[in-house]
Write a protein that binds this ligand. Structure first.
Ligand code: GUN
Length: 281
């Protein structure tokens, strides 16, 4: 039987618990605070940031978006992040990626204090994750694990195939899956005969960024298919990487776009901001 996995519904359900946690913190004189740094105004980043702001405000977090012009120097940006590191009223810092070409993204990510690195992108938090001792983890990868857990889809001994090896999604998800006892294959743009590999997946995750990339002939019957893509199709509609109508004829369970992984990313970001703030009580 085919199951549509609604990230939107799962995120809404868990957000209720978060609201109670925020009330508890408020009673202890703490309002979790999140600072999002956005450089320039590229389309997708604006949408991501708007959604984060909306959720944070719904939960009563202290949220601030700090915008920099596209021409900001690396030095100025780094100095600003460092001021957030030292600001005791700030629990969590997120620098929206990608950054403009003239700024060294690695250097910026390394500037964020590991204790406030709510994205889990700092080498320290990445290291903890790969040592199976996770601290703060990247939100999309974490959100996918929650999505599976809430849908009663287990990972132990499953063959998980992840297509895409980005630092934001593919790599951290590979670590989380390994930590949760899956057998993991990480495929990418240089992988040969991708179809023969994706066809082996019990759980197939696509984080590629290309519309209609995953088609029914690449999917094993009954597999779970998780779509991390956020693309515009030829009619300018928001679609994932997975050709939904085609793949739903073979998959056992699937996430839609929108309403699948996206809301789970934001939920995880809120959960982790609140977890960091709890250390102040
Ligand atoms: N750009 C796309 N996804 C993300 C994310 O999860 N965090 C940040 N900081 N930038 C992103």
């Amino acid at each position: 039987m085919f199951k549509l996995i609604s990230g939107k519904a799962i995120a809404q359900k868990r957000q209720e618990n978060l609201r109670l946690e925020v009330e508890n913190l408020n009673a202890n004189g703490v309002t979790p605070s999140l600072r999002v740094v956005l450089v320039g105004n590229s389309g997708p980043s604006e949408i991501y940031v708007r959604n984060k702001a909306r959720r944070a405000k719904e939960l009563g977090l202290d949220f601030n978006l700090i915008r920099f012009d596209e021409t900001v120097s690396e030095k100025e940006l780094i100095e600003f992040i460092d001021s957030l590191n030292h600001d005791k009223t700030v629990d969590a810092i997120l620098v929206q990626l990608p950054l403009p070409q003239h700024i060294n993204e690695e250097k910026v990510v390394q500037t964020v204090s590991p204790n406030k690195d709510v994205d889990g992108f700092s080498p320290i938090n990445f290291g903890y994750l790969w040592q199976n001792n996770p601290n703060i983890i990247p939100s999309t990868a974490g959100g996918i694990m929650t999505l599976l857990e809430e849908s009663d889809i287990t990972t132990t001994a499953k063959h998980v195939v992840i297509v895409g090896r980005s630092n934001i999604v593919g790599r951290p998800l590979g670590a989380l899956m390994l930590n949760s006892d899956a057998t993991v294959t990480m495929a990418h743009s240089k992988t040969k005969d991708l179809k023969s590999i994706t066809k082996q997946a019990d759980i197939l995750i696509s984080a590629v960024g290309k519309a209609h990339f995953i088609t029914a002939d690449m999917v094993k019957k009954g597999a779970t298919v998780i779509d991390v893509g956020m693309n515009r199709d030829e009619n300018d509609r928001l679609v994932g990487d997975v050709d939904f109508d085609d793949v739903s004829s073979v998959a056992g369970a699937m996430t839609p776009v929108p309403g699948g992984v996206g809301p789970m990313t934001i939920l995880t970001l809120m959960e982790q901001t609140i977890e960091i703030a709890k250390k102040r009580v």
